[in-house]
Design a protein around this ligand. Structure first.
Ligand SMILES: NC(=O)c1ccc[n+]([C@@H]2O[C@H](COP(=O)([O-])OP(=O)(O)OC[C@H]3O[C@@H](n4cnc5c(N)ncnc54)[C@H](O)[C@@H]3O)[C@@H](O)[C@H]2O)c1
Length: 255
């Protein structure tokens, strides 16, 4: 059976202590990535478990507990990759937050926080991560957008706007970095069964929840590993001529 291999490749992933990020990290590990820097705001039991499982797969994991929207943290993460391994091949941007807000209730602070964590973090990894990638003349950057970035979504004005920002940033960076053989893509998941979704769904009535499932034509939530597989495709040489694209992973959720 043909298997995707990331042998000899080194990566950086944000927001991978749990949920979709963890599932993406595991997919990279299963494909034999040699080393992976994780930047996550927290470690805790979830992060410890993620780190251990990746190490058990033979991955050289370096876990940085820090804010992915901080310039200092991202610069440090890229420096660690270069100091340790001399290269950086893959960046996966997953760190993200959402508040169940509306135009009326979203505060100025919530707007700024979501823009910082969801969008600025992606800008920062592109800005600093592309420096060694340009020297290598190779690299792949995959960022977690959302169906909300395409449809506007229903989780608050700042969330959809931040995810739409990732789409524009992805296309912009793909154009700028293409001549250096650096591919830049995004994945836009629909509704994936993670803590973020469980938290958001717990605020809905049964009827509202059912309405959301009914809008998914495959009639089920996605599994984080199914997003991980899409990320692995784009991160690896399987996607060698795919750049500037947004891969929807929604089970045919159209709105
Ligand atoms: N779950 C879904 O249905 C869904 C759908 C579309 C897009 N997404 C996106 O996928 C990503 C992951 O979602 P999830 O459902 O796994 O969420 P989650 O809340 O389960 O995980 C988010 C991760 O990001 C980390 N994080 C939060 N703020 C951070 C920061 N400032 N710096 C570094 N790390 C930080 C958290 O600690 C956690 O590990 C998010 O970007 C989210 O917007 C999720």
């Amino acid at each position: 059976m043909f298997q995707i291999s990331l042998k000899g490749k080194y990566g950086l992933i944000t927001g991978a202590s749990q949920g979709i990020g963890r599932a993406c990290a595991y997919k990279l590990g299963e494909a034999d990535i040699e080393g992976l820097i994780i930047v996550d705001l927290v470690k805790g039991e979830e992060g410890e478990e993620t780190e251990k499982n990746l190490k058990d797969m033979g991955v050289d994991v370096k876990y940085i507990t820090g804010d992915a929207s901080s310039e200092e943290v991202i610069k440090k993460a890229v420096d660690i990759a270069i100091d340790s391994w001399g290269r950086l091949d893959i960046i996966v941007n997953v760190a993200g937050i959402s508040f169940m807000t509306s135009l009326e209730t979203t505060s100025f602070d919530q707007w700024n926080k979501v823009m910082e964590v969801n969008l600025r973090s992606v800008f920062l990894t592109m800005k600093y991560g592309s420096i060694p990638m340009k020297k290598q003349k190779s690299g792949s950057i995959v960022s977690m957008s959302s169906i909300s970035g395409v449809t506007g979504g229903s989780t608050g004005p700042e969330y959809g706007a931040s995810k739409a920002g990732i789409i524009a940033l992805t296309k912009y960076a793909a154009k700028q970095l293409g001549p250096y053989n650096i591919r830049v893509n995004a994945v836009a998941p629909g509704t994936i069964a993670t803590d973020m979704i469980k938290r958001n769904y717990s605020k809905l009535t049964d009827e509202e929840r059912q309405k959301k499932i009914d809008a998914i034509h495959m009639k089920r939530l996605g599994d984080p590993a199914e997003v991980g597989k899409a990320v692995l495709f784009l991160a690896s040489d399987m996607g060698s001529y795919v750049s500037g694209e947004i891969l929807m992973v929604t089970g045919a959720r159209m709105s």
